[in-house]
Design a protein around this ligand. Structure first.
Ligand code: F6P
Length: 349
């Protein structure tokens, strides 16, 4: 194989550029195939003319510390369900073949992995590298981007603590986490939250307010509540700020209003939003992203396709795409972090 393509798909996260850098440097060092980047995921490839970015040691220089992705990304360009309703899967294969590309590295979350698996079924050799701040890709214990997001949310909680304490308030922080509450759970534990609400556990205001009042009786003068955007009250749907596009957001403000009304304590809400996705990757994410990029390059060199590169018990492993595509890794209710939270008396809803 003389040429491979690489794309970054779905929502961005810190560490994407670090993967590109280590993939390219490892392949270049081993005399492997040349690498061409597809701009804005499948949009760049399917545009006329295609928008591409040749990648070599020089172009990836300095990318390790850069947030976002130099290739650009999109979470709305599924070639099998294009905007005009057409199926452009075969066109993807045709264009890559015409460019002399023999295989594709897809760096993305669950959606991108499902698309890559579909392309593989049509005959394209693919390797997937899992990314997302949400940490919810099936087949890996951890994704890069997650650690940076947890840093961001924890710093926010630390700041909310001092202002909350000064005003004797309840401070509610809404984090990202559509289907999985990993960010809320980890940052809530790291930031000393009294209440952590996850998409995995339907919550009740009675239990949340009881916990807050209990802490006040114990003498605590403020409370921290972390709510994942996908968390919902028992028997209720999650809150969509844009129902048509199923865009979540706003549950934190609703939770804050209800706490204030039910507990009679002044409460404020902060929506952390895309701050969690921006900025330079944490050292941990730089290491993980570099490790994943390197592992993907070795797959190319060893002609090992149709796999997702993942981390299992702190070791790189490769898992067949058809075993992971379309599955989301939610927080298991018996996960050690959940047990830690329960042992600390944190209200989980
Ligand atoms: O990357 C996943 C995610 O962060 C989700 O937690 C969130 O719902 C979504 O992206 C928001 O994406 P955007 O607003 O960029 O479309």
């Amino acid at each position: 194989m003389e040429k491979i393509a690489v794309l970054t798909g779905g929502g961005d996260c810190p560490g994407l550029n670090a993967v590109l850098r280590s993939l390219v440097l490892t392949l270049e060092g081993a005399g492997g195939p040349e690498v061409v980047g597809l701009c804005d995921a499948y949009f760049g490839l399917l545009d006329d003319p295609p928008r591409l970015m040749p990648l070599d040691g020089k172009t990836v220089d300095g990318l390790l510390v850069e947030g976002g992705t130099v290739l650009g990304t999109s979470n709305s360009g599924d070639p099998f369900r294009w905007h005009d309703g057409s199926d452009r899967g075969d066109l993807v294969l045709e264009r890559l073949r015409a460019m002399g590309v023999g295989g594709l590295i897809s760096i993305g979350g669950d959606g991108s992995t499902a698309i890559a698996a579909g392309l593989m079924d049509r005959g394209l050799p693919v390797i997937c590298v899992p990314k997302t701040i949400d940490n919810d890709v099936h087949g890996t214990d951890i994704t890069f981007g997650f650690d940076s997001a947890v840093h961001c949310a924890t710093e926010a909680l630390d700041r909310l603590q001092t202002t909350g304490e000064s005003h004797r308030r309840v401070m509610v922080l809404e984090t990202m986490g559509r289907d999985a509450g990993w960010i809320a759970l980890a940052s809530g534990i790291a930031g000393g939250a009294d209440v952590i609400l996850l998409p995995e556990v339907p919550f009740s205001y009675d239990r949340v307010v009881a916990k807050i009042l209990e802490e006040r009786v114990r003498g605590l003068s403020y409370n921290l509540v972390v709510v994942a955007e996908g968390a919902a009250e028992q028997d209720q749907e999650p809150l969509f700020r844009d129902p048509e596009h199923r865009r979540l957001g706003g549950v934190g403000a609703v939770v804050a209003q209800r706490i204030q009304a039910l507990a009679g304590i002044e409460t404020r809400a902060v929506l952390l939003g895309h701050l969690q996705r921006g900025g330079s990757p944490s050292p941990g994410d730089r290491v993980l992203a570099t490790t994943f990029g390197c592992a993907a390059a070795h797959c190319v060199l060893e002609d090992r396709w149709g796999v997702l590169v993942g981390m299992n018990n702190n070791r790189i492993h490769y898992i067949a795409l058809d075993e992971v595509a379309g599955k989301v890794r939610t927080v298991p209710l018996n996960h050690s972090l959940m047990q830690t939270a329960r042992s600390l008396g944190i209200c989980l809803g």
